[in-house]
Structure formats: C-alpha cells, structure tokens
Design a protein around this ligand. Sequence first.
Ligand SMILES: Nc1ncnc2c1ncn2[C@@H]1O[C@H](COP(=O)(O)OP(=O)(O)OP(=O)(O)O)[C@@H](O)[C@H]1O
Ligand SMILES: [Mg+2]
Length: 334
Amino acid sequence: MITISDLHKSYPPRTGRGSEVEALKGINLEVKDGEIYGVVGQSGAGKSTLIRCVNLLERPTSGHITVAGQDLTALSDAELRVARHGIGMVFQHFNLLSSRTIAQNVELGLEITGLARNRRHARSREILDLVGLADRASAYPSQLSGGQKQRVGIARALAGNPKVLLSDEATSSLDPETTESILELLKSLNTELGLTILLITHEMEVVKRICDSAALIEDGRIVESGNVIGLLNTPRSKIAHALFPLGESRGEAGNTIIEIMYAGHLADEPIVGRLSREYGIDVNILGAAVELVSDHRVGRMRLELPGPVSAYGDAIGKLRSTGLYVEVLSEVAA
Ligand SMILES: Nc1ncnc2c1ncn2[C@@H]1O[C@H](COP(=O)(O)OP(=O)(O)OP(=O)(O)O)[C@@H](O)[C@H]1O
Ligand SMILES: [Mg+2]
C-alpha cells in the first residue's frame, strides 16, 4: 500500500553559514495493505519528517513514495491534491479549528472535494458516529477532552474515506487510559474498514498493542524493520529488547546466560520447570516478562545456568526444536 524507496530529505541551513540538516538518509519501507506499521525512534531521529514525506507535506530531496500504486513524487500539485484525499493524517496536537463545531471541523476536509453540503453533513454524522462522538457534533473543540479531540482528529482524517491513515504521535499527549481507548479505535478502524495505518510513536506500548510490523529509525536511517513477532525472534533486536525490558542483571562470571522468547501456545509451556526436571539444570531467572503483542501472548526470559555453555548443547537444541527462540548471550560470562 505504501512503498518508500531511497528517500532522502535535507533541510536548508537555518542560518546563512550553517550546514544542511540531513534528516533522512536513504529510507526504504514497505507497508502492506491492511497492516498497522509503527515507526519508533528517539527525538530528532527523523520520524515526523518521514511521515510528512509520505503525503508530500514535505517534498523529498530525492527518492520515491508510492501510495496505492501511485508514485506521488511524480504528480503535479493539482494531481497531488486529489491523491491526498486517499491519505488521512492525524497529529499529536489535534490541530482542530476552535471557532468551528466538531461537525464543521470534520466537514472541512470535504469542502475541497466539492461534495454537496447535505452530503458533507451526512458524511460527518456517519463518521462521528463511527468514532463514538455522534452526540457531540455541535460542540466546540474547547468543550472536549483530549481523547475526544483526537477522535475528532481521526474522524476528520477519515471523512474523505482514505485507504491510508498516517498518524504522528496521535496518543503522545494523552494519559495511558485515553491512549488505550484511541489505540482500540485505530485497531477497530483497521479491522472494520481495512484501513492501512502508518504511525509514528516513541511509545513502545503502542507497538505492543496494535502494530503488525515495526521499524526503528536512528539518525535518519532505518536500522531494523519487519513483522513484530519476527523481530522478537531476531538476535539482538533493539525493538525486541525495548518491547521486553528485562533489566540489567547479567548473572555471575563463568555461568551461561540465555534468553528465551516464546509466542502463542508455547507461552503456556512450563519452560523453567522442564529445564530443571528433564535436564536437571539449576535455573536462575534473571528477568522475565509476558506481554500481549497484537493479541498474541508473548514472553521473554533471561536465564542463568551454572557453568559453561558446553554442558547445555543438548538441552538448548531440544528447546529450539520445539519452536522456542533461544539466544545464548554469553558463552561464558566474563
Ligand atoms: N523544518 C525544518 N527545518 C530544518 N530542520 C528541521 C526541520 N524539521 C525538522 N528538522 C530537523 O530534522 C531532524 C529530524 O526531525 P524530526 O522532526 O523529523 O524528528 P522526530 O523524530 O519527529 O523528533 P520528535 O520525536 O522530537 O518529534 C532534526 O534534526 C530536526 O532538527
Ligand atoms: Mg516528531
């Protein structure tokens, strides 16, 4: 649905003598039809620049953006205005017009499409109903909570019936409970409307709750990307470690440290019990977490086994053969 290829974006120097800011340094990304794709990264990494390039709010310096088969970078300004109807966008600070009612805010985007007034009206009622705000249509933004404002932002983004929704930190100004309800809304729009969502966030919780795929951006480059469950099975994945912070405990020198990742039915296996019963291994748990990752139960454990890894080849092999992901962190701790 969205293909980003070799995308570069540089900003001109802020002062006459300064140097260019190279915000994006060759980004490649593929978002499939119907998936929720999360891009995470630290402040200044280039997340907003990236998402603003996807609908060409920001003109790429070079590279191509294809949305639903159409290369946006090849379009004229007039063609681009039409293409943008297929791409909705929501922002962290909602960007609602305070002098307009909720319904008028939602209808705003439809005015440019040339839709007749009564049709715009009907559409805004329909979409406000979908986001759970049918009864607030004639209220003003100042009369709504943050979560409700973001629902209006989402309704406005969806008014033109887009195939793609872009979200730049849509939940970052909201408290955890409200965040949860907005994530639920995004997930249900994704399932019910088949909406493809590309979202930017610095909260791993968002990835954990609703993303099918994720990418990590560092200093203008994608350093990791893929299906979330797949990333959890990737050695030394930074996204996996950020999703499952296990603390710093590294065990004692001379012992073997392994990390185990398990998903789906394997999450119900008594792994530690098996290691001690079947193999007589005296296991010490250094850290463990079980989470729901897009509705799959997934767990990660860091275990300490006494002595060098050579003693455990057989046990580790057997665990792996059952489908568990096992990573040996230190053959022999230093
Ligand atoms: N309009 C601009 N002019 C010049 N430099 C810019 C502009 N917008 C962003 N930058 C620079 O580009 C880099 C990436 O910024 P961007 O806003 O994309 O980061 P971000 O990952 O969204 O950060 P945050 O999490 O703080 O929102 C930063 O170095 C920033 O200072
Ligand atoms: Mg940003």
